[in-house]
Design a protein around this ligand. Structure first.
Ligand SMILES: [Zn+2]
Length: 128
C-alpha cells in the first residue's frame, strides 16, 4: 500500500514528500555513480514526488548520456533523489521516520548498469 513519506537531506535544506510502497521494491545498481554513492533507491512517477523546500540549495549533476538529473544538496552534499523525465528515484535512506522493519522487509532488485544490462542482476551484489 502506498504511503506518503517525508524525506530530507542531512542539513534539512532539502525536504520532500513521496508517495510510495516500499513493499513494491527498491533497487541498487553497480553503475559508476550508484556504486560510488552507495545508492539505494525506490523508483516512483514524478507525480508522486513533491519537493517541499530546497530548490535553491539543490545542484544538478549529469554525466554520460545526461538523461538523469542527479540532484544534491550544496550545503550537506546528500543526494536525496534523482530525476529522469517523469520518473524520480528517491533514496530510501533519506526518508524520515521510516520503521527500520519496513526497510529490512523491502525487496531489493539489483541492476547491472555497469555493463548496460537492466535485465539481469550483476553476478556479485554483496559489495553494492
Ligand atoms: Zn542539505
Amino acid at each position: 500500500m502506498k504511503k506518503t513519506y517525508q524525506g530530507s537531506c542531512h542539513c534539512g535544506a532539502v525536504r520532500f514528500e513521496a508517495d510510495l510502497d516500499l513493499a513494491q521494491g527498491t533497487f541498487r545498481c553497480n553503475c559508476s555513480i550508484c556504486f560510488k554513492t552507495r545508492a539505494w533507491l525506490a523508483g516512483i512517477p514524478a507525480s508522486d514526488f513533491r519537493l517541499l523546500s530546497g530548490e535553491k540549495s539543490l545542484a544538478d549533476y549529469q554525466f554520460g548520456k545526461k538523461v538523469i538529473h542527479h540532484r544534491f544538496c550544496t550545503k550537506c552534499g546528500v543526494r536525496a533523489f534523482s530525476r529522469a523525465g517523469e520518473q524520480v528515484a528517491v533514496r530510501v535512506n533519506c526518508l524520515d521516520g521510516v520503521d527500520p522493519k519496513e526497510l529490512i522487509a523491502a525487496p531489493v532488485k539489483y541492476f547491472n548498469m555497469r555493463h548496460d544490462d537492466a535485465k539481469s542482476p550483476p553476478a556479485e551484489t554483496r559489495h553494492l
